[in-house]
Design a protein around this ligand. Structure first.
Ligand code: GLY
Length: 472
């Protein structure tokens, strides 16, 4: 049997980690990645996809590439391509592609419709309402806050907002200003915020729970504790400066990001809780979705949950993909062959699979494009940094100083030439790199990750210093 050719559609650190997981399979000869980044070619057996001299970007270019290279299996990372129907287009052409179809991707691209579906399936969700009129939303907030003093609200843009479309509001004032900023001015999340969902802020602990579904059954993956907020609890001054530079009147609001780091295994997700989540949430959602819509949900399903003090889960949101940076710390621990696992999903044979995981810890730290100043003469000035406005195109140095056992997954990098014509690595995004260290304990992984990240540099580079702290 000749080696298999895999195509990973993803631009970020998650895509690097997925490509790396496929590359570890003995069945796989070559992994192509598109759009990919400079990190995609630094992994053994992995190459950037090229179609007629350029990386394929649109769905039809991706399909042309898959045909050209006689790809055996395509795996799609990000929600955007899934919502745009890449799976449908590939399937119509007879390609084997792993990911939910357009009708299933609605679970991520409409928070409002998803909550309505979950309510109808009796899957637990917080009390919530949907609005497309800012004044009706404002009235609801006013009434809610008068009746529930001190109880916060969460306001979510209905559509896709790169994992940042959710704002926690502690007071009526904050909630009203958030509605204004999402729906009216400056339309923080663009079209995604034309409709919003407002939900009661539940008490408890948040958990990101990942499962694989073949449309008939679902299998839990291991989880990761992730760090969503841009700053750690002891960075109040940096938070205020960030908000000042972002013209956000809520000066103490620590903004959400796509994720600043994390570690796996999860410190408090035990077998009993995982089973409860499968029985009360994951399986009813996958099966109920099929019954309600006639469409099978095939691919990764990722539940953002709140777990109450009584260990009862409620769904805050669903995503139709793996998390970033969670994938970067979960997949290196997977010992089951990722290509064969993907085949089992596509063949509807997930019920025959038992996943094997390494007992090691993986801890990942995201290096981001933080606050930076460029001379005004060069059109610059001060920018607050990710998740706000940030500079890109900054040269990155020090990767060669990182220890050989450390994984460096690239989120936003490209190779280019510096002013002297030397080939260099440059930043291209808010999140730039996820550095992942392994250890037999969390402490070991943590020490190694923090020792190594100090060796990498770029202008404005910032990372949270508290990943894993408090769980050692
Ligand atoms: N890390 C959060 C996400 O991928 O949505």
């Amino acid at each position: 049997m000749s080696g298999k050719r895999v195509f990973v559609v993803d631009a970020g650190g998650r895509g690097n980690a997925i490509a790396h997981a496929f590359a570890r399979s003995g069945d796989v000869e070559m992994v192509y990645v598109a759009p990919g980044n400079a990190g995609s070619e630094m992994i053994e057996k992995c190459r950037l996809a090229i179609l007629q001299g350029k990386p394929p970007k649109t769905i039809s270019e991706m399909l042309a590439f898959a045909r050209q290279e006689k790809i055996d299996l395509t795996f799609v990372g990000p929600e955007g391509y899934l919502s745009d129907g890449i799976v449908n287009t590939f399937q119509e052409d007879g390609q084997r592609i792993l990911g939910p179809g357009k009708d299933a991707a609605i679970l991520e691209n409409s928070k409002c419709r998803t909550k309505d579906l979950l309510k109808s399936l009796k899957v637990p969700v917080p009390p919530c309402e949907n609005f497309d009129d800012p004044s009706a939303a404002g009235e609801y907030v006013h009434q809610f806050c008068s009746e529930n003093p001190g109880q916060g609200l969460v306001i979510k843009a209905d559509g896709l907002a790169a994992g940042k479309g959710s704002v926690v509001c502690r007071t009526e004032e904050e909630a009203l200003s958030t509605i204004e900023r999402i729906m009216t001015n400056p339309k923080l999340f663009g079209q995604a915020g034309e409709r919003i969902e407002i939900e009661k802020r539940l008490e408890g602990r948040e958990l990101m729970f990942f499962a694989l579904s073949d449309g008939r059954t679902a299998l839990p993956l291991q989880s990761a504790l992730d760090y969503k907020q841009a700053f750690s609890a002891d960075e109040a001054v940096a938070v205020r400066l960030f908000n000042k530079l972002s013209n956000n009147p809520n000066l103490d609001n620590n903004p959400n990001t796509g994720g600043m780091g994390g570690f796996s295994p999860h410190p408090w997700l035990d077998e009993e809780l995982a089973q409860k989540i499968m029985n009360k949430i994951a399986l009813p959602t996958v099966r109920g979705f099929h019954e309600a819509t006639g469409h099978e949900y095939v691919g990764v399903i990722y539940f953002g949950l709140m777990i109450s003090d009584e260990r009862e889960p409620s769904v805050l949101e669903i995503n139709v993909r793996l998390g970033d940076p969670e994938t970067q710390v979960i997949l290196p621990r997977l010992e089951t062959d990722f290509f064969r696992l993907s085949e089992a999903v596509l063949d509807r044979k997930l019920d025959t699979v038992q996943l094997q995981w390494s007992p090691d810890y993986c801890l990942g730290i995201c290096a981001i494009s933080g606050r930076a100043i460029k001379p005004l003469a060069s059109g610059g000035g001060e920018r607050p940094g990710y998740p706000g406005e940030h500079y890109t195109n900054m040269p990155i140095t020090g990767l060669e100083k990182v220890d050989p056992g450390i994984l460096i997954y690239h989120n936003g990098t490209a190779l280019g030439q510096d002013a002297a014509g030397k080939r260099k690595l440059f930043t291209t995004g808010g999140r730039v790199l996820t550095l992942v260290a392994r250890g037999r304990s969390l402490a070991e992984a943590r020490v190694s990750a923090y020792e190594n990240i100090k060796r990498i540099r770029f202008n404005g580079m910032r990372y949270r210093k508290d990943i894993g702290l408090g769980y050692l």
